[in-house]
Design a protein. Sequence first.
Length: 198
Amino acid sequence: MSTDQVRWKMNSLHKKYKECCDNNNKSGRGVINFKWYNQMDEIFGKDKDAIAAHTVSSNIILPEVNRTRHKENIHVPTSPVAGTSQVLQINKNKECTSQTQRHGTGTNLAKKKLNIEKQWLQFLENKEVRDAARDKRHEQSQERATEDFNKKKEIALKKLKDKENRHSEIMEIEKTKCNLLKKLLQQSNVKNNSEFDE
């Protein structure tokens, strides 16, 4: 294999490893593994970078946590009742021996959970703000719609009233026309009758 082929193979394995890690970190998705996942996880680990775990100056930056337990011989009296000072001394020795790093708020998982909870709270606060803004916009649009409806109704009523007024005026004009025609007819009838009589 040439160096380019090795580099391409490593790049494709690294890409596949990242895809698997991203998929496995997302909730609700099934776990994806591939043939070389464990070997790639050993190489890249949590940081996903091939970097040595310790450097020359790492002791200065990160103090080493004392994980070794102190083994001390605890002298227990053979008498049936032990004194309270001896019990306190035993408890102090037990506290000294258990200085290992415990799971809890200091772990990466707890930090991730805290970050997720903070993001969730931020999302909920933003959601309340968005909901309030949406409700306000909805109320404003309802008010505008009712105002538009009232204006349109007012305009329609005004037009209807104008039509009724015009209709009544036209009817009055037609009535006067009819009356005038009637009078003309009556006059012409009277004239005709008078002419026939002569």
